[in-house]
Design a protein around this ligand. Structure first.
Ligand code: 13P
Ligand code: SF4
Length: 313
């Protein structure tokens, strides 16, 4: 009979490989529970960027989407960085080409380009500063410049504009197809179904959704709010894994999913077996398939706006 492993047994094998091969696992909070449990660091995009810059291990396995592993490589270029599932990309990160941004900059050179971290390294090379959803308002407020082009997410951009009314923020039509799929009517229906629940949403949602929320914030912002709140029921308007993680953290509270549409198929591509396979392959040529390779020139150019984010954030 074939030898079948339980989730716990695979996690134990990963733990052993981590020690043997000096591996650190970074997992975004949108990953499933079995992956988050196997990780050394978990959190939102900002926290993982800071964690990636401090890792001391020789090898980093990233469980998330491609731009996140790319960011980890830029912050730790001397390390081997692997993406656990190479098919996991973020459609928002691919929405704009550097040439288009260069054209806009040429027409309006005073305008500083603020890029959401959900962008490719190539796009980052033409941007002035990066932000994440948890640091966007803080960083834009701290900038001396008044004229800003915020890319690619127009919903996060609109949220920043509302919080920074003294800035002139130009937006383009981009965004997260997963969060933007939630419509305002779904919030009304969810509130009707759970009248005592607070609504917590991510700023990647459309303004009509954010306007009805009790709290708008990044993934970790939502998690911290729910953990600290005196309230007992919450409607979670971000990737549905967050509701699951929160339910484990706060068993005495109730968490409802705002919409069945907020499941990121890209984040969910990674399985625990993918993590195991890449850990097992590290040290052999087979791991190259998952390794992030970037030229030193690209790293140097794209890193400028990430360093600026870490300085201002
Ligand atoms: P944060 O991790 O900044 O909350 O962003 C959410 C997201 O959509 C990541 O891809
Ligand atoms: Fe990209 Fe949206 Fe998925 Fe985040 S949730 S990885 S922004 S598609």
């Amino acid at each position: 009979m074939e030898n079948v492993n339980t989730v716990y047994e695979i996690q134990q094998k990963i733990e052993k490989l981590k020690k043997e091969k000096d591996i650190c696992i970074l997992a975004h909070s949108y990953q499933g529970r079995e992956i988050v449990e196997a990780a050394d660091f978990t959190g939102d995009s900002y926290k993982l960027s800071v964690d990636a810059s401090k890792v001391t291990n020789k090898n980093i396995v990233f469980c998330g989407v491609h731009f996140m592993a790319e960011t980890a490589k830029m912050l730790s270029p001397e390390k081997h960085v692997y993406l656990a599932n190479t098919a996991a990309g973020c459609p928002m990160a691919e929405q704009m080409e550097p040439e288009m941004i260069e054209m806009i900059k040429a027409q309006d050179p005073e305008r500083k380009v603020v890029a959401y971290i959900n962008t490719t390294a190539a796009l980052k090379t033409v941007c002035d500063v990066c932000v994440t959803s948890s640091s966007a308002v803080k960083i834009v407020s701290a900038m001396e410049d008044k004229k800003i082009l915020f890319i690619p997410d127009c919903n996060l951009g609109a949220f920043v504009q509302k919080a920074c009314p003294d800035k002139d923020i130009k937006l383009l039509q981009g965004g997260c197809p997963v969060h933007a799929a939630v419509n305002p009517e779904e919030v009304r229906l969810a509130k009707q179904a759970h009248p005592n629940a607070l609504v917590l949403v991510h700023p990647e949602c459309v303004p009509g959704v954010s306007e009805q929320a009790d709290y708008v914030g990044s993934t970790s912002g939502i998690m911290n709010f729910a953990e600290k709140s005196e309230a007992k029921e919450f409607i979670i308007g971000t990737e549905m894994s967050i509701a699951e993680h929160l339910q484990y953290k706060c068993p005495d509270k109730r968490f409802y999913i705002l919409s069945k549409k907020i499941l990121c198929p890209n984040m969910k591509l990674t399985s625990l077996m993918d993590v195991y396979r890449v850990c097992e392959a590290i040290g052999s040529p087979a791991a190259e398939e998952n390794e992030i390779f970037m030229s030193p020139e690209l790293i140097a150019k794209a890193r400028v706006c990430i360093d600026e984010m870490l300085r201002l954030g």
